[in-house]
Design a protein around this ligand. Structure first.
Ligand SMILES: *Cc1c(COP(=O)(O)O)cnc(C)c1O
Length: 378
């Protein structure tokens, strides 16, 4: 089986891990701050807080943005469950939105109409008339490595006074209008799960321009311990720290980030060349205003036949995967409200993630392209 997306260990991973072990620095240690500083340098973010997962980073970022129980948070339906789960961890409710067909990000036009027509201010608080809940935040997702169209979303967040937290879990290495994901706006989270652009084995990060938010996230991630010596706790905290061992691995990965992104771009282009001129499908194109990190190599079909194609490819030993099944029709979120999501539905039915490991060989690209051609070709 050609795997969908596996890690690429080809830098100083062993060296750094041994350094951590030899120094007896497993949980705490110098790699954490080195990794944070490295990602700040790469993304241009002012502050970084390394944590145990992207999900933890989202949870902390939402709490720091002021999201609380029974609030509502705007989340695209087309994303991984982690985005919406973090909203529920805060006791708040996701309110699902559609995405736009070019960027696959949160649809700003739909959002603006919703906020204008279906919400109202009560005592200075923006409330969804249908649910009576406060609209506290929005979480645009940079899906599959391609940034959401941020400018209109930032404008909406300013106009309506809604916090904006970016889910950049899939998009480290991407740029929007020449600026790197991680410093596009106030707060952005990253994931270093095993299949992400770089991995810590497991891990995540909150990147922010705001020192207060950074301090709050670090505090909450450390069991909300309020004194450096004594065990003083004024609020409920979490054990969300990234261990030094994981940071050692992650720093070595981060040093290879540009090489990985270039390799992933070459994978997408490799499929594009191989499938060029084939009727019925094409590789997903980037917007002119963004450079994708190409986390996933996404094939778009003319027909809503993703499920059949994936089944046939898997039978041929090709690790194809569906795109995210829209969250607004999953049982876990049955009690959450949703705007209409026709674009998300259509994309889910007509797009497929092809194998895209940064270390994939040319002959495996040939095998995948041949398999696609054999299934949907004339
Ligand atoms: C991977 C991912 C996350 C969560 O990251 P974990 O590190 O696995 O907790 C969140 N959002 C999106 C869009 C992701 O793809």
């Amino acid at each position: 089986m050609i795997p969908n997306c596996i890690p690429n260990i080809s830098g100083r991973e062993r060296e750094y891990l041994l350094e951590a072990l030899d120094g007896n620095h497993l949980a705490t240690g110098p790699f954490i701050e080195r990794f944070e500083q490295y990602i700040c340098g790469y993304t241009g973010a002012a502050h970084a807080v390394a944590v145990s997962s992207g999900s933890a980073a989202l949870h902390l970022a939402l709490l720091a943005a002021g999201v609380g129980a029974d609030d509502e948070v705007l989340v695209p339906a087309l994303t991984f469950a982690a985005t919406a789960n973090a909203v529920r961890y805060c006791g708040a409710w996701p309110l699902f939105t559609d995405c736009d067909p070019l960027f696959w990000g949160m649809d700003a036009a739909q959002l603006a109409n919703f906020l204008e027509d279906e919400c109202e201010r009560r005592d200075g608080v923006l409330v969804n008339r249908a649910t009576g809940r406060r609209i506290a935040a929005m979480v645009p997702v940079h899906l599959y490595g391609h940034p959401a169209d941020m400018d209109p979303l930032i404008e909406i967040s300013r106009k309506y006074g809604i916090a904006l937290v970016e889910d950049g879990a899939e998009a480290l290495g991407a740029t929007y209008k020449g600026r790197p994901v991680g410093s596009l706006h106030e707060t952005c989270i990253l994931s270093f799960n095993g299949n992400k652009v770089i991995t810590a084995g497991g891990g995540g990060m909150v990147l922010t321009a705001d020192e207060t938010i950074a301090r709050r996230c670090r505090y909450l991630a450390n069991q909300a311990k309020a004194d450096s010596l004594d065990f003083v706790h004024e609020t409920i905290g979490f054990n969300y720290r990234m261990p030094n061992l994981n940071a050692a691995l992650a720093l070595a990965q981060a040093e290879s980030l540009e090489r990985f992104v270039a390799a992933k771009r070459a994978v997408a282009q490799g499929y594009e060349t191989r499938l060029d001129g084939m009727p019925g499908c094409r590789m997903r194109r980037s917007s002119n205003e963004a450079e994708s990190a190409h986390w996933m190599a996404v094939l778009e079909l003319d027909a809503p036949e993703a499920e059949q194609l994936i089944e046939a490819l898997v039978a041929k030993g090709v690790g194809a995967r569906p795109t995210w099944r829209p969250l607004n029709r999953q049982r876990a979120f049955a009690d959450a409200a949703s705007l209409p999501t026709p674009v998300s539905e259509a994309l889910y039915r007509s797009t497929v993630c092809l194998p895209c490991s940064s270390g994939i060989s040319e002959s495996d690209l040939d095998r995948v392209a041949d398999a696609v051609r054999a299934v949907i070709g004339p």
